[in-house]
Design a protein around this ligand. Structure first.
Ligand code: AP5
Ligand code: MG
Length: 203
């Protein structure tokens, strides 16, 4: 694969998107994956695919997704191991890790492989905008109003502590995710380029 001009100080770019349901993790992950030539790994998309395919994992996790509860850590970690290890050109993770426990457990695994996350990106979007987007999208049982409310509560309780965790360990930044998808993307890409320049040092 030819080397991209963007953010070329990274041999293997490894990014993580953190944001509430509807914040645009999937949308931004797609754009970043295309721009930097890295894999997009979405825990939610993979879980929904297992449900559609009615695999044993899909049958186990369906009720969690329908309720908007988190799937047990061990199941998600096992599911993601292969795609993360296969992403030899780098990755953007969307929806994982989602709790401090998941972050700690996955760090222990990927560290040995030198594949730990380099930058965590937090998409900040006001609650009313999240509700508007998710109700407009209507992704089956997951996007009913009561389930959306519950997903937002779970985010607040289980995922928001992850922001402090990453702020203390990795290079993390928050972007205003309420703008157009293109504006958010350009903001993120610009900051990643700065990080890459910093890593490369003075020329
Ligand atoms: P997951 O699939 O990760 O869902 P989520 O966090 O609820 O987020 P969404 O995918 O709904 O939103 P998003 O932030 O990706 O936004 P999107 O780009 O789609 O998880 C689903 C379930 O799986 C969980 O509830 C849990 O059960 C389980 N799960 C997943 N990961 C897990 C884990 N690690 N551990 C345990 N359980 C796990 O955008 C949303 C909408 O807004 C779209 O219609 C889009 O077009 C629109 N939009 C996006 N950006 C913009 C913009 N800038 N302006 C206007 N509209 C926009
Ligand atoms: Mg998503």
């Amino acid at each position: 694969m030819c080397r991209r001009p963007d953010a070329e100080a990274f041999d293997q770019m490894r990014l993580l998107l953190i944001g509430a349901p509807g914040a645009g993790k999937g949308t931004q992950a797609e754009l970043l994956a295309a721009r930097f030539g890295i894999a997009h790994i979405s825990s939610g998309d993979l879980l929904r695919q297992h449900v559609r395919d009615q695999t044993p994992l899909g049958r186990t996790v369906k009720s969690y997704l329908d309720r908007g509860d988190l799937v047990p850590d061990g199941l998600v970690m096992t599911m993601l191991r292969e795609p993360v290890l296969a992403a030899v050109n780098g990755y953007v993770l969307d929806g994982f890790p989602r709790t401090v426990d998941q972050a700690k457990a996955s760090y222990a695994v990927v560290r040995q492989l030198g594949a730990e996350v380099q930058a965590a990106i937090h998409l900040a979007v006001p609650r009313e905008e999240l509700m508007r987007r998710l109700l407009a999208r209507g992704r089956g049982s997951e996007d009913g109003e009561a389930v959306i409310e519950h997903r937002l509560e779970v985010y607040q309780e289980r995922t928001v502590p992850l922001l402090d965790y990453y702020a203390g360990r990795e290079w993390m930044f928050t972007v205003d995710g309420s703008r157009s998808a293109e504006a958010v993307h350009e903001d993120i890409a610009g900051r990643i380029q700065k990080l890459a320049d910093m890593i490369a040092g003075p020329t």
